[in-house]
Ligand binder design. Structure first.
Ligand code: SAM
Length: 283
């Protein structure tokens, strides 16, 4: 059997008894035109291994294979989906490897060969945590060339937000420090079965070869976590305890201690993080 002659997804769901489970964030995409459109946002897949999280009944998995992925490594927590995915694997000439388990616990790297793209309609309950992990390895460039991911629209807006907007925060800084994110398109709740309560959006995040500005990723993460944890407070208060004398460090990089985190640009956060690093060394 070829990928094109696999049964429609509604039939697959019925045959394998895949009634959606809320606890696993299961909102399935059943329209193969739509899964094809998502897969194409990742660009050319031939010559790439693709990591997919949460393939479910395999709508997006089919599209990734049809778009020519060299191999798809898919991590799925729901064992009920495995027989349906095995059928896709057989129809793809063995290009699908399914890892059964929790994507937060399994390490897919031994199963992947560079270059790698990540494409997923993520379970909402683990999406942000996975994104932060993929964005914050110590070394850069990371194992992936790009991430093409479905999020709730609000999360997508946080990823691409610029200073001065309500959505601007930790996720914006982590996404823009060493990568280039853009929102591709939005999907209404009715695109999914069952429909979620919120509008979704596909985001494409391309890894940059190097960070936009010099900074330690670890210290930058710490600074923005503190700054945005108390985003209404002035920096001199929200950053208290970061170094013994926060005011002097802020003065040294010409950032007014009375400013609030949402007005501080990525470049300023990087400068501040460097000053924190130096202040800690001088201790
Ligand atoms: N990709 C499919 C689609 O587009 O129709 C399903 C997407 S559905 C939003 C999320 C999928 O992730 C479900 O199949 C669910 O079982 C799976 N999932 C949930 N939590 C997971 C986890 N921690 N690790 C791996 N898969 C998980």
């Amino acid at each position: 059997m070829s990928l094109n002659s696999l049964p429609p997804l509604r039939e697959v769901i019925q045959t394998h008894g895949l009634a959606a489970r809320k606890s696993l964030g299961q909102n399935f995409l059943l329209d193969l035109n739509l899964t094809g459109k998502i897969a194409r946002q990742a660009g050319d897949l031939s010559g790439y291994d693709v990591l997919e999280i949460g393939p479910g009944p395999g709508g997006l998995t089919r599209a990734l294979l049809a778009e020519g992925a060299r191999k798809v490594v898919a991590i799925e927590a729901d064992p009920r989906c495995l027989p349906a995915l095995a059928e896709i694997g057989a129809a793809s000439g063995g290009r699908l490897e399914v890892l059964s388990g929790d994507a937060l616990k399994l390490d897919p790297l031994p199963h992947l060969h560079a270059p790698v793209k990540v494409v997923a309609n993520l379970p909402y309950n683990v999406g942000t945590e996975l994104l932060v992990r993929w964005l914050t390895p110590q070394n850069w460039p990371p194992f992936w060339d790009s991430l093409t991911l479905m999020f709730q629209r609000e999360v997508a807006e946080r990823i691409v937000a610029k200073p001065g907007s309500k959505a601007y925060g930790r996720l914006s800084i982590l996404s823009q420090f060493r990568a280039d994110p853009r929102i591709c398109f939005e999907l209404p709740p009715q695109a999914f079965s069952p429909p979620p309560k919120v509008t979704s959006a596909v985001v494409h995040i391309k890894a940059l070869p190097a960070p936009r500005f010099a900074a330690s990723q670890k210290i930058l993460s710490e600074v923005v976590a503190r700054a945005f944890n108390q985003r209404r407070k002035m920096l001199r208060a929200s950053l208290k305890g970061l170094v013994p004398d926060v005011q002097t460090v802020l003065d040294s990089v010409e950032i007014d201690p009375q400013r609030r985190a949402e007005t501080v640009s990525l470049e300023e956060f990087c400068r501040l993080s460097e000053a924190v690093r130096v202040a800690r060394i001088q201790g």
